[in-house]
Write a new protein. Structure first.
Length: 190
C-alpha cells in the first residue's frame, strides 16, 4: 500500500494537491477537516461537538478524531492506499495511526510536507474565505489561532516521522502545477 501523510499548515494547499494525487496514484483521500464538515452539515452528534472547536480554530479532541479516522479507513477495505490530509495533527494522533496501521499489517510510507511562509498562508486563507463559505476562514483571529495551534501542537509531528526516516519537505510556494510536479518527483521514488 502507498500511505501518504500530506502535511503542512492551514492554507498550504493540501486539499488542492490531494485531488490530483488521488487520480494519479488511485488513492483514497481522507481529510479530517472534510469529515468534520460533512458531520456538521448533517448535524450529527460528532458534527455538533466538532463545530464548537473548529469555530474557534482549536483542535477537536484526539479521541474523537482518531476514532473517526479509523472508521473512515475501515470503510475502504479495497483501497490501494490513502492520503491522510489534516491528520495526524498531534503526536498522539501519529502514534495512534501507526498502531492502527500496524494492526492491519501496513504503515505510513512517507510524510510529505508543503512548506510555505506564514505571510503567504494568511493571504491564501483570506482569499479562500471569499469562496469557501468556511466560518473559520472568515475571521482573522480564528486564522491566527489555527496558525498558532499548528506551530505549537502540529509542527512537532514532523519530528515523529523524521525519527522514522519518513519525512520529506517540499517548497509549497509556486503554481499548483509546479507543486504537483515536486510531489510527483518524490512519490515516484517511494
Ligand atoms: P486547515 O488545514 O485549512 O486549517 P482543515 O479542513 O484541515 O483546515 O481543518 C479545519 C479544522 O478542523 C481545524 O482547525 C480543526 O479544528 C479541525 N481538525 C481537522 N483535522 C483535525 C485533527 N486531525 N485533529 C483535530 N482537529 C482537527
Amino acid at each position: 500500500m502507498l500511505n501518504l501523510v500530506l502535511f503542512g499548515p492551514p492554507g498550504a494547499g493540501k486539499g488542492t494537491q490531494s485531488a490530483f494525487l488521488v487520480e494519479r496514484y488511485h488513492l483514497v483521500h481522507l481529510s479530517t477537516g472534510d469529515l468534520f464538515r460533512y458531520n456538521i452539515k448533517n448535524e450529527t452528534e460528532l458534527g455538533v461537538l466538532a463545530k464548537s472547536y473548529m469555530a474557534k480554530g482549536q483542535l477537536v479532541p484526539d479521541s474523537v478524531t482518531i476514532s473517526m479516522l479509523e472508521d473512515a479507513v475501515n470503510k475502504n477495505p479495497e483501497a490501494n492506499g490513502f492520503i491522510f490530509d489534516g491528520f495526524p495533527r498531534t503526536n498522539a494522533q501519529a502514534a495512534a495511526l501507526d498502531a492502527f496501521l500496524n494492526s492491519q499489517d501496513t504503515g505510513i510510507t512517507s510524510m510529505i510536507a508543503l512548506e510555505a511562509p506564514e505571510a503567504e498562508l494568511r493571504v491564501r486563507l483570506a482569499e479562500r474565505a471569499k469562496t469557501s463559505g468556511r466560518p473559520d476562514d472568515a475571521d482573522p483571529a480564528v486564522i491566527q489561532n489555527r496558525i498558532d495551534v499548528y506551530n505549537n501542537e502540529t509542527a512537532p509531528v514532523k519530528a515523529f516521522y523524521e525519527a522514522q526516516g519518513k519525512y520529506k519537505g517540499i517548497n509549497g510556494v509556486g503554481s499548483i502545477e509546479e507543486i504537483t510536479e515536486r510531489l510527483v518527483a518524490i512519490i515516484d521514488t517511494l
